[in-house]
Ligand binder design. Structure first.
Ligand SMILES: NC(=O)c1ccc[n+]([C@@H]2O[C@H](COP(=O)([O-])OP(=O)(O)OC[C@H]3O[C@@H](n4cnc5c(N)ncnc54)[C@H](OP(=O)(O)O)[C@@H]3O)[C@@H](O)[C@H]2O)c1
Length: 220
């Protein structure tokens, strides 16, 4: 499979992370469609202020027109994703199970099943890659910088197909971060809450070191 050419990014979720990623994607030169849970009119002013240049859309519309779809909505809402419009698409899963937001959900909290695998199962023909989930939105906002600039931070990427991983690594690079391969979708658990790499706002070398640790290890 050849890497996907990305021109249009569809972001599902117009909250803290979605608007930061929209702003970064606009700066990187992509066309951006962004959706909240419903009518685009509800987010128009927010987008105008926080991510000027991005186009508010319905979720299905944002997914249909995107070369790459980013999931930036509460994980517990995943069943409302526009599954038909996402068929065959490359999907970047930036979501986490966060019980304060998502509520107590045993189906999302099984340590043996990474949440990105749950999303992949729900979207059987989409190609899910996990990225942008481990860094807080303030850090995503403040730490993006051009390639080669001192102090550049890293974003971990985990997925199944080599070509999709490469595409997302290139996308991460264009968004202002060094991509670090975290492994397969099974390995994406290492990016989840409870693991050392969760919350990382670190260089590529430091992030790689954390990815080698187990859930109970404390980073030194
Ligand atoms: N906050 C962080 O620092 C951070 C960092 C990395 C990853 N994450 C993850 O990113 C996700 C979003 O977090 P957040 O902090 O940005 O949440 P947030 O500020 O509460 O925003 C959530 C957004 O998702 C939208 N949404 C809900 N259901 C939707 C649907 N079916 N389709 C499209 N959009 C929908 C909401 O729209 P309505 O207002 O219309 O409901 C809202 O715009 C979570 O899974 C979180 O774990 C968060």
């Amino acid at each position: 499979m050849a890497p996907t050419k990305i021109r249009t990014v569809g972001i599902l979720g117009a909250g803290k992370v979605g608007t930061v990623l929209a702003r970064l994607a606009i700066s990187a030169g992509y066309e951006v469609l962004i959706a909240g849970s419903g009518d685009p009119e509800k987010i128009a002013l927010t987008i105008d202020v926080l991510a000027p240049g991005a186009v508010p859309a319905w979720p299905a519309q944002a997914a249909r027109h995107a070369d790459l779809v980013i999931l930036a909505l509460p994980l517990s809402k995943y069943r409302s994703l526009p599954i038909d419009e996402m068929a065959g698409k490359l999907v970047v899963d930036a979501m986490n199970y966060w019980w304060e937001t998502d509520g107590e959900r045993t189906d999302l909290a099984d340590p043996e099943t990474p949440t990105s695998q749950i999303i992949q199962t729900f979207l059987p023909t989409s190609r899910v890659v996990k990225a942008f989930n481990h860094m807080g939105y303030h850090d995503l906002d403040e730490q993006a910088r051009p390639s080669g600039q001192a102090g550049r931070k890293a974003i971990a990427v985990a997925g199944t197909e080599r070509a999709d991983i490469e595409t997302v690594e290139g996308f991460v690079e264009s968004m202002g971060f060094d991509p670090v391969l975290a492994g397969s979708l099974v390995d994406s658990r290492k990016l989840q809450p409870g693991w050392p790499a969760f919350g990382a706002n670190l260089s590529a070398g430091e992030l790689r070191r954390l990815l080698e640790l187990g859930p109970a290890d404390r980073p030194r």
